[in-house]
Design a protein around this ligand. Structure first.
Ligand SMILES: Nc1ncnc2c1ncn2[C@@H]1O[C@H](COP(=O)(O)OP(=O)(O)O)[C@@H](O)[C@H]1O
Ligand SMILES: CC(=O)N[C@@H](CCC(=O)OP(=O)(O)O)C(=O)O
Length: 262
């Protein structure tokens, strides 16, 4: 079994993650499991932009990113949030090493198709798997901030779900775990809101079309659909509140929503 997995941790849940979450990661590391973390931090970016009086808006879930916004995105993601995660892992006995996609040209990016509307927002074209594997081989959990760079040295702001999906695809791991602030993809059935234990690509498309999947869930399911076309066997969406969520998600813990190939 592939003992590696990619975990995406959303800004919606980062600050609230209990120590037990990081202790779970340490336990996995001690047992030879090799996690790779890609993190977000959207709410912290918005908070800092507001403090600095810099306007920002989202276009179809992507932050409109000017050069000025890009400075703040990099400062918050690669600085504050990345180091906060590394620190919490250290405090809980897990060994980790923080990087942004710029370090070692970890994430090569190109402008998204609607760059004229959203500015310096990137799509991933290449992931330097050798650097990630090297960090893992040294016994560290890589913690990656979703900033990309192109051949000319231009930086890009990349949606963290998109970046995590690309890292999972390029590493060829079997599983990606998306940790967020809801227990999975929810659907109202007979007037009752339920967490779907699994969902197919066709069902996802239908729920996007009907508006039952909206907002921040859209980039997650899009990234999931993209990476299960390759080697990734399943993507699991779970809540960071659940005790030992990662151990449960990599086992058959019946947790969250599993997205698998049709
Ligand atoms: N069908 C759905 N089931 C669960 N959550 C959904 C659904 N559709 C949209 N969402 C929204 O997606 C949010 C998670 O995305 P987001 O806030 O961007 O989190 P993160 O910061 O973890 O990336 C949930 O809090 C919820 O408001
Ligand atoms: C292009 C784009 O929108 N980038 C995101 C990057 C952070 C992110 O995705 O964070 P979450 O996972 O917490 O949402 C942003 O600027 O907010």
């Amino acid at each position: 079994m592939d003992q590696r997995f990619v975990m995406k941790c959303g800004g919606s849940t980062l600050a609230a993650l209990p120590d037990s979450f990081f202790a779970d990661l340490r336990g996995l590391q001690e047992n030879g499991v090799k996690p790779v973390i890609v993190h977000g931090g959207g709410p912290a970016i918005s908070e800092t932009l507001a403090k600095l009086g810099i306007e920002s808006e989202f276009v179809n879930g992507l932050r409109k990113t000017s050069d000025e916004v890009l400075d703040v995105v990099e400062m918050v993601l690669a600085g504050r949030i990345n180091k906060e995660i590394v620190r919490r892992m250290l405090q809980n006995g897990a060994k980790s090493l923080g990087l942004s996609g710029v370090d070692g040209r970890l994430i090569t990016a190109k402008p998204v198709a609607n760059a004229s509307e959203v500015g310096f927002v990137g799509d991933v074209t290449e992931v330097n798997a050798a650097v990630i594997e090297g960090v893992m081989a040294m016994g560290y959990i890589p913690v990656i901030a979703p900033i990309g760079i192109d051949e000319a040295g231009q930086r890009y702001n990349i949606n963290a779900d998109t970046a995590a999906g690309a890292v999972a695809s390029h590493l060829g791991v079997e599983r990606m775990i998306v940790v967020t602030d809801v227990p999975g993809i929810m659907k109202t059935v007979d007037g009752e809101k339920r967490v779907l234990s699994s969902i197919s690509v066709a069902e996802i498309e239908a729920m996007i079309a009907s508006g039952e999947i909206y907002g921040g869930m859209i980039p997650k399911v899009r990234a999931a659909i993209q990476c299960i076309q390759g080697d990734v066997r399943e993507v699991v969406i779970v809540s960071g509140d659940e005790p030992n969520v990662l151990s449960k998600a990599i086992g058959d813990g019946g947790i969250g929503t599993r997205i698998v190939r049709d």
